[in-house]
Write a protein that binds this ligand. Structure first.
Ligand code: SF4
Length: 341
């Protein structure tokens, strides 16, 4: 497989050269509550995001923060309630058929559970040949050499050892490598990796993240790395975006966000992350430990019921982004006295 060329069209300039962008992306799910009453889950509210070729953005947050919903909105697996997805500056409106297939060629998703994402009744060779046939139209000898190349790209070598294996005959790490190879078979510009290592043994997580970093450089990929593990974001991502209860609360360079967090939620997330060098129990934080209900989310700053620094205005006014440090933005009223963005 050849390296993917940069393809910054004039239209892409409208999104600052981003290959994939979200603008005020919002998703509300309609659900039925007690006694059949219709209710809305406010899963994602007004998300702005930009993915650039050759860079990794980590979307970090606890379970239920809406980060996986953002990935599915970007992958066009859910229709947005409001806002836009732009591919190379052009608004995307696809749901099925040829246009969806063309979109999938550019934007591929890697799921958390590699066992569930691979068909258990088909071999590795079947899954990868199918991807190469559908997305690149390869046949005959080209198809077979493409298959070998894909397996080598994800370091499953010698390729012949893996072609006829079924998913249950592989380890978790090998299955995730096959899932990554299948995504690469489309020659994508963007990979949306939804917790790609969280179901793997700790000992092999680093190997899969290193593989993704290597492929990003080789194919100039834009990667969205979704994780609840903020420590891995520092290691793997250029930019880190923190989500809480459906909203982005902090964003900036990964080193800044993980080493000098500004938003009280980011601080709580870091304080509660296990530190392998420390014997101390992680801090539980103040206030209720549960994430809030997204059916009736808290007014104002959604973090205020848990925030140790909450003020009166936090309970009524939604904080915009403020510049908290050089390139670090924080949606928190504590920074209201500084340069508003
Ligand atoms: Fe805490 Fe207020 Fe900042 Fe929200 S806006 S994080 S409640 S200080």
């Amino acid at each position: 497989m050849t390296a993917i060329d940069k393809n910054d069209t004039p239209a892409a300039a409208r999104t600052g050269g981003a290959v994939l962008a979200a603008r005020a992306l919002t998703k509300h799910f309609k659900v039925r509550g007690a006694r059949g009453r219709r209710r809305e889950v406010h899963a994602v509210e007004g998300i702005d995001l930009e993915l650039h070729r050759g860079r990794v953005v980590a979307l970090v947050g606890e379970s239920g923060s809406g980060k996986s919903t953002v990935a599915r909105l970007l992958a066009q697996l859910y229709p947005a309630t409001d806002g836009q997805v732009l591919l190379e500056g052009e608004p995307v409106r696809v749901s099925f058929g040829k246009r969806f297939r063309a979109y999938c060629r550019d934007v591929q998703m890697i799921f958390q559970d590699p066992f569930a994402s691979l068909n258990p009744i088909h071999t590795v060779g079947y899954s990868l040949r199918r991807s190469l046939r559908i997305h690149q139209g390869l046949k005959g000898g080209e198809l077979e050499s493409g298959l070998g190349a894909l397996l080598e790209m994800v370091h499953l070598t010698p390729a012949a050892r893996y072609v006829d294996k079924f998913p249950h005959e592989l380890s978790g790490g090998q299955r995730q490598r096959v899932a990554i190879a299948r995504a690469l078979g489309a020659r994508p510009k963007v990979l949306l990796a939804d917790e790609p290592v969280s179901m793997l043994d700790v000992s092999i997580r680093l190997g899969v993240l290193n593989l993704l970093a290597e492929l990003k450089d080789e194919f100039n990929l834009a990667i969205l790395y979704i994780t609840h593990d903020i420590a891995s974001a520092r290691y793997f991502a250029d930019e880190t975006v923190v989500m809480y209860a459906g909203r982005i609360v902090e964003r900036g360079g990964s080193e800044d966000v993980t080493q000098r967090p500004t938003h009280p939620y980011t601080k709580l997330l870091l304080a509660s992350a296990p530190n392998p060098d420390s014997q101390e129990t992680p801090e539980a934080g103040n206030g209720p430990a549960e994430a809030p209900s997204l059916v009736s989310p808290p007014s104002g700053c959604r973090f205020h019921p848990r925030c140790p620094q909450a003020m009166d205005r936090c309970r009524v006014e939604v904080p915009p982004f403020f510049s908290a440090n050089d390139d670090q933005l924080s949606a928190c009223w504590l920074y209201a006295g500084e340069d508003a963005s």
